[in-house]
Design a protein around this ligand. Structure first.
Ligand code: ADP
Length: 624
């Protein structure tokens, strides 16, 4: 901070902020007109805040001022002024809000988008809490004059050219609120044309809850969209409302209008985004600030109300407007109010019903939704026991009988099970390809029994807890206790009965306590060995997940199954008869075991594996 003159103080933007400004102004925009939407959106937020404060604060500055946005343009001079009677900013707030990047990670994300050379819609800007700066797309210098609604507040003038610095000085400002003024760059003089500004306001901000005056003429029609009957909602209008409210740059995938009267009365307009918002992917774990807006009798009470929906529906945005809460309700009351609990319960039911209808009537949309949010919704299985049945019906799986990217429901799976199949089989792993290549699948492929392929990491936490569907137990094909009687096997290719035990013993002695047991396999067709889990052991995928969370978790032991019809195993039998002390026997046993671990992705170190592999190659090339 440097002192220039007596009252004007100069501040320097943080380095991060400079880069961000540079990005916004030079690379990220395609629609400069959105600067206006951002400024109106900020004004509208400020008005909402002051309207809320006025409910409880008797001493508020200008308590009776009209809540409005005023735009004044001068075509000749090319100037643009937008003023609101909102909550204003104190000096500290000015510095905090207009001098720093609000959300951590924003710069990184923007840079990444730029590096990927993504065709970027300027619409993205608002999503990252940097909307204000979009004004630097159309001007070289901005002046912000503001006064907080606190009675003892003073006015401040903030000024910046959007380069490296900004200045702040104390000014006399009679009314509370914020006034932003600038001169448009030559190329952007169109934004000082009345018709153009009116057009933009109508396009983006028609549903702003306060009058917007352009040179004294009101240009928006105030409409609480969610209060209107469904038949009067226009698709396009709803889309713009969603984008405005959620800061998304795309139209919603779908929306739901709810109107409830009875024990509680409320109206809601809820949206399903097309994609998980970037922060859901990019800033993991920072989803606290999600949820629909809570209104009480058309007055916004909370911007992002988490209590309206359960955690597993946190990607839904929109508006919920109720008559049943007092206007001056506090956050704590909101949290503990039985009215809220009731609203939440009703909304959850309606939303799950909405998903169900989508699945039935618009399968393509449902698929898009499920791909984006399925992993989040599934969490509900472990947290929302009231709606468990409904959630289970929403589940979709790939299986050995679906094409890539096609899904099967549990219902469909059960309905096409052969009569004598008594269990629902699943197989979990990292990817479809890996799952399909796994030896444990051989028996099922051979006999045509369908197996669900679970490759979403969340699956291992939620699917086993379903236990059964339609009285059929869900079972991992890794389990040792599966009925393999359908597979007659290849008696002729098998090693002599008398060799089975010595072979198993060879494996047992070689592997020692690295395995729980070694048994003869009835599930393998073309692979020599595989690993399975005992009755009470974890599934390998589950174990991997748990290890990720808790490093020192001791590895659970697995059962090695040996395919006694496999040529390698038959050859081992021959070697055993010829010379049971042949060192190659142990090398092969070890290698087969570690190969199975590798297959599952649970071989910790490949060093010994590779040394052994070379040993075996050497032996193989020697005998030629
Ligand atoms: P966002 O609005 O997404 O948080 P912005 O960069 O547009 O990001 O604005 C940063 C902050 O500056 C806002 O969160 C708000 O606190 C403050 N602000 C901007 N415009 C106004 C205004 N007209 N009145 C009061 N505060 C404002």
């Amino acid at each position: 901070m440097m002192n220039t003159g007596s009252t004007v103080r100069e501040f320097e933007y943080k380095a991060e902020m400079k880069q961000l400004l540079d990005l916004i102004v030079h690379s990220l925009y395609t629609h400069p007109e959105i600067f206006l939407r951002e400024l109106i959106s900020n004004a509208s937020d400020a008005l909402n805040k002051v309207r809320f404060s006025a409910l409880t604060d008797e001493a508020l500055l200008d308590r009776d001022a009209e809540l409005a946005v005023r735009i004044v343009i001068d075509k000749e001079a090319g100037t643009f002024v937008i003023e609101d009677t909102g909550i204003g900013m104190t000096e500290e707030e000015l510095i905090a809000n207009l001098g720093t990047v609000a959300k951590s990670g924003t710069l990184g994300f923007m840079q990444a988008l730029k590096d990927q050379q993504k065709e970027l819609d300027g619409n993205l800007i608002g999503q990252f809490g940097v909307g204000f700066y979009s004004v630097f797309m159309v001007t070289d210098e901005v002046t912000v004059e503001t006064r907080s609604s606190e009675r003892e507040s003073s006015g401040y003038r903030w000024r910046s050219g959007g380069q490296g610095t900004y200045t702040i000085e104390k000014i006399d400002k009679a009314e509370r609120g914020t006034k932003i003024s600038f001169r448009l760059k030559e190329d952007f003089r169109e934004f000082a044309e009345e018709y153009r500004v009116e057009q933009i306001v109508k396009k983006y901000s028609n549903f702003v809850d306060f009058p917007i005056y352009l040179d004294e003429k009101q240009v928006n029609t105030i409409t609480a969209l969610w209060q209107r009957p469904k038949s009067e909602l226009k698709e396009e209008e709803v889309g713009e409302f969603y984008k405005f409210m959620a800061g998304d740059y795309q139209d919603p995938l779908d929306y739901l209008q709810v109107s409830v009267e009875g024990m509680v009365a409320f109206k809601a307009l809820l949206f399903l985004p097309r994609e998980a918002p970037p922060e859901m992917l990019y800033r993991q774990g920072e989803l606290e600030n999600r949820g629909p807006q809570l209104y009480v009798r058309k007055v916004m009470i909370q911007h992002e109300c988490r209590d309206l929906l359960p955690e597993y529906l946190r990607f839904i945005s929109g508006v919920v407007d109720t008559e049943d809460l007092p206007l001056n309700v506090s956050r704590e009351v909101v949290q503990s109010s039985p009215v809220m609990a009731k609203i939440r319960q009703i909304l959850t039911g309606k939303i799950l019903g909405w998903f169900e209808t989508l699945a039935k009537e618009q399968p393509e949309k449902f698929r898009t939704f499920y791909k984006a949010f399925g992993p989040i919704v599934k969490i509900g299985l472990n947290t929302d026991f009231t709606n468990r049945e409904k959630l289970i019906e929403l589940l979709r799986f790939e299986s050995t009988k679906t094409a890539v990217d096609e899904y099967v429901t549990l219902k469909a799976y059960v309905s096409r099970m052969p009569e004598d199949q008594k269990e629902i089989y699943y197989h979990s792993g990292a990817s479809r390809e890996q799952l399909l290549a796994h030896p444990n699948l051989e028996y099922f492929q051979e006999t045509g029994i369908e197996v669900l392929l679970l490759s979403d990491p969340v699956d291992v936490f939620v699917i086993p807890s379903i236990y059964e569907y339609d009285k059929m137990p869900l079972k991992s094909i890794e389990k040792a206790d599966i009925d393999f009687s359908k597979h007659k096997g290849d008696k002729e290719g098998q090693v002599a009965d008398s060799l089975v035990e010595p072979l198993l013993k060879l494996f047992r002695e070689t592997l020692g306590d690295r395995v729980e047991d070694v048994v003869e396999s009835h599930r393998l067709v073309s692979s020599p060995v595989t690993l399975v889990s005992g009755k009470n052991a974890f599934d390998s995928q589950m174990e991997k997940m748990m290890k990720m969370m808790q490093q020192d978790l001791p590895a659970g032991k697995r059962i090695l199954e040996v395919n006694t019809s496999h040529p390698i195993v038959r050859n081992l039998g021959g070697m055993l008869i010829a010379n049971e002390n042949n060192p190659l026997l142990r090398t092969v046993a070890n290698q087969l075991f570690e190969g199975a671990l590798l297959m599952e992705g649970s071989l910790d170190s490949t060093t010994a594996f590779l040394v052994r592999m070379n040993e075996l190659i050497e032996a193989a090339t020697l005998s030629r």
